[in-house]
Design a protein around this ligand. Structure first.
Ligand code: AHR
Length: 648
């Protein structure tokens, strides 16, 4: 048994009681308190949640045939050419194929997918392409192929009559078996000269069944967290390695064939984790992002480039006098999200199928930018945005780390300019998280609010990939998060980072959720985040031991909230000791408690989850009873415990 509860008439002799004042809420908890950080890193978007299965569908990668192979004995030298159409800067390249007396299997192209294609038995797959048939009469045979080269799904389509225009055609096929690393073949039969572009394959089981949509299993993991916000699009990709490589939201909306692909900076960022096939197609662009936030009931929280490229890379700067278009991008994004259908950008949103506004309330200016050059730019953004949209809460960066001279400079400057919210990042050891659980106890209650915008406990550098997602890291985060919750008056939002990683394509670890082409699992860290965000409460309650906040006392970390709508109090207690602890809890106040639940996660600090054992570390719930306003818990070693007690 993981723990036991014993109702006592008298307080246990061996422990000092934890005391909770259930009648005096200290501060409200914002609906945004616990959210998610989404960045296209680790193949999180392209090759990840964006369900497109064809890699390099538009032949726009630096190497235009990367991911593709040309197949068949009837394709000779000069029969398959990459052309660059003039006057189409967003999608210039396409493939021209000369098909000569070809039968099925004589002339074709094949796509390897993102580390293969995850194909599921009996599922429908939607194939489409854009084509132009200059002459001839060509049939297409579309095939799903397994790892032994067997056909596991097939469909045919006939191209339309030859003319000078581009057309789109679609056909669906059903897979006959499941395979993690399938591929796609397209055979051309007949005679003709054909141009192809935007060759695409999507599974039929996308989130909400949307065509060209997202992987439902990955979105479901987010939906289960009930996140208060979604930070997007990052992260370092906001900045870009240089300004040309920055994220530009206007290039991510409208027809997907017009969304200009760029290299994902994580393609080359880490020499030891190269990803030469990592590009951003923006199939998951800003419209889809706002829609996702709406689906999940989360506040959208976009972070925009502030006229500065990554300071670890080129550190390119836009001169202050040229910053206008960057600020205009921010103003236009607000209009895109919130403007009515008569506004320029509201009309574009409505044209994409969302007449109603997305109710954007928060906007971040810059990601991990620093120095006086950042403050100068931040002030200009603040002035112009507040002039037009005083109601939008602006989030500013305090740089890359939480305790350096750089941080203190930015923190002071941002507070002096009355920033609404300051974004703090910490990737630190588990020990740092434990020692800093009381970080916000002394923060000014009346100044800028804090967004713990990126955090994760990073243990031992000798371990890599998903092995870094240990229970030791997760429990340190849980302990730290009790400190965030206790200080919800100051900390209004928090998100673990990064969110997703593909097991064969990651650049950065640890990560919250790991995926392959067919499966997804939550790390111990995921379940910690989920326990906080699904047990948010409405107000902070005081919880003490020895009349002090519980932040390391006897190896314990604790916070307590009340949910006035559900009529329950929620207590979170982390025992970081190697031994079990009997702990009495005394509920003070007029509210009467009798029943509740305790949900526990515990185990070996070195333990972790995996595809095979996806729920080794996951919450286990039991009923408990309260007698005479007290209960005694046996807190297991290295445990995170969430108690929910109903009151009348
Ligand atoms: O989360 C991974 C990276 O860490 C983010 O892109 C960046 O903001 C931070 O340095």
């Amino acid at each position: 048994m993981l723990f036991s509860t014993i109702s006592l008439n008298v307080m246990s002799q061996q422990d000092k009681a934890i005391s909770i004042n259930t009648d005096q809420p200290i501060a409200p908890i914002q609906s945004t308190m616990w959210g998610v950080f989404f960045e296209d890193i680790n193949f999180g978007a392209d090759g990840g949640i964006y369900a497109e299965m064809v890699k390099n569908r538009s032949f726009e990668f630096s190497k235009p045939l990367m991911g593709w192979s040309i197949k068949g004995k009837k394709i000779k030298e000069g029969d398959a050419l990459v052309l660059n159409r003039q006057g189409s800067p967003s999608n210039p390249r396409f493939l021209r194929l000369a098909i000569k007396d070809a039968a099925k299997g004589d002339a074709g192209i094949s796509n390897e997918g993102f580390r293969g294609m995850g194909i599921k038995k009996d599922l429908r797959y939607d194939f489409s392409l854009m084509y132009r048939q200059h002459r001839g009469n060509v049939w297409l045979h579309v095939e799903l192929i397994d790892d032994k080269n067997a056909v596991i799904g097939t469909a045919q389509l006939k191209l339309g009559n030859a003319d000078a225009n581009w057309h789109k055609q679609e056909v669906s096929l059903v897979a006959t078996s499941t395979i993690e690393k399938g591929r796609l073949n397209i055979w051309f039969e007949g005679n003709g000269l054909v141009d192809v572009d935007m060759v695409s394959l999507f599974p039929g089981d996308t989130w909400k069944g949307r065509k060209g949509g997202m992987r439902a299993d990955m979105v479901q993991m987010l939906a289960d967290m009930k996140p208060g916000f979604i930070r997007f699009p990052g992260g370092c990709i906001v900045e870009g390695m240089d300004l040309a490589n920055r994220y530009q939201w206007k290039k991510t909306i409208g027809p997907i064939e017009n969304r200009q692909l760029i290299m994902n900076r994580w393609n080359v960022e880490f020499g030891h984790r190269p990803a030469p096939d990592y590009f951003q197609t923006f199939g998951l662009g800003f419209f889809e992002y706002f829609q996702l936030a709406e689906d999940l009931g989360a506040q959208p929280l976009p972070i925009l480039n502030c006229g500065m490229a990554c300071q670890y890379n080129t550190a390119e700067l836009v001169p202050l006098e040229d910053l206008g278009p960057y600020i205009q991008d921010a103003l236009d994004l607000i209009e895109f999200a919130n403007g009515d259908e008569n506004s320029k950008w509201g009309k574009i949103r409505a044209g994409m199928g969302h007449a109603k506004p997305f109710h954007l309330k928060y906007l971040g200016v810059g990601n991990e930018n620093w120095g006086p050059q950042y403050i100068e730019r931040a002030k200009l953004f603040q002035q112009r945005i507040k002039e037009k949209y005083p109601e939008i809460k602006l989030i500013f960066s305090s740089g890359t780390d939480p305790d350096s001279e750089r941080f203190h400079y930015l923190n002071n400057e941002l507070r002096a300019m009355k920033a609404d919210i300051i974004d703090e990042h910490y990737y630190r050891s588990p020990d740092w998280f434990l020692k800093n659980a009381s970080r916000y106890d002394s923060y000014d209650r009346n100044g800028a609010k804090v967004f713990a915008g990126e955090f994760a406990a990073h243990n031992n550098n000798k371990i890599t990939g998903s092995d870094k997602n240990t229970w030791q890291a997760a429990i340190a985060e849980a302990a730290f998060m009790t400190g965030l919750e206790r200080n919800a008056e100051v900390v209004n939002m928090a998100s673990y980072a990064p969110l997703f990683a593909h097991s064969e394509s990651w650049q950065w670890a640890p990560d919250l959720i790991w995926v392959n082409n067919l499966q997804v699992y939550g790390t111990p860290n995921y379940y910690v985040q989920k326990l906080f965000s699904t047990n948010k409460g409405t107000h902070v309650l005081g919880i003490t031991k020895d009349a002090k906040a519980i932040s390391g006392t006897d190896g314990l970390y604790a916070s307590s909230v009340i949910d006035t709508a559900k009529k329950e109090i929620i207590i979170k207690i982390v025992n970081t000791e190697k031994t079990a602890l009997n702990q009495t809890i005394v509920l003070k106040g007029k509210k009467k408690f009798s029943v509740g639940t305790i949900t526990t996660m515990d185990g070996d600090p070195e333990g972790k989850n995996s595809f095979e054992q996806a729920k080794s570390f996951s919450p286990k719930e039991q009923n408990i009873s309260v007698k005479k306003q007290q209960l005694v818990l046996n807190l297991s070693p290295n445990s995170f415990n969430v108690l929910k007690l109903k009151y009348q």
